[in-house]
Design a protein around this ligand. Sequence first.
Ligand code: PEP
Length: 253
Amino acid sequence: MRGRLVAGNWKSNGDLAANQQLLTYLGAESVGLAGVECTVCVPFPYLSQAQQALKGTRVSWGAQDVSQFGAGAYTGAVNAAMLANFGCRYGIVGHSERRAVFEENDALVAAKFSLLLEAGLTPILCVGETLQEREANVTEKVVGRQLDAVTGKAGIDALAKAVIAYEPVWAIGTGRNATPEQAQEIHAFIRRRIADKNEKVAAGVQILYGGSVKGSNAAQLFAQPDVDGGLIGGASLIGAEFMAICRAAERRL
Ligand code: PEP
């Protein structure tokens, strides 16, 4: 049975004092969580702080992006080996904010995905449609294209070492989450598309839902058979709310 994963995406938020409080709280409160892994993807400058605060706890940490290059003359870039240096377990790639605001295309996302894998991190690959695309009935086409760009470059087996996050863009930061049925429909589509190429990989890959998940709606979303946890933005900045989501994802055998 697939384990559950709840990943926090702090985006460009935080400061040293507030982070310390939140990280200490998460480390303490996560003791005893069963069948769910929690992780926080923090801004680059806070990776060391997350590492210090969380090592030895049940909460892992990761990054929200990575350079498409290795080491070298790339001013301002943070490469995958650096993330490994700071003990990152996960790296998010293809978040809709990166795709929209920073104009990242499918090829760039695929390159970043491969570099994270090479450095030994687990990529969390975000896919999802805009409201306009949903209304034009091209959700599967868009999500399929985003997925194929990565498997086309890295190979289908690469997904055995990755996590997928389905994040409808219209649900991110809007307070309007997908219904559990809407989420399940696309998660099942993603799994079927992978199964067409490799059934074993499809059965094992964790597919997270992201988009306005809160303590109050998490359990219903996580009850869907193909929803294996969540990628959490705003609510991951509030300790009690994030822990409520982690508890909703618990799977006691
Ligand atoms: C996100 O940033 O990935 C996200 C899902 O944000 P929010 O939970 O705030 O909608």
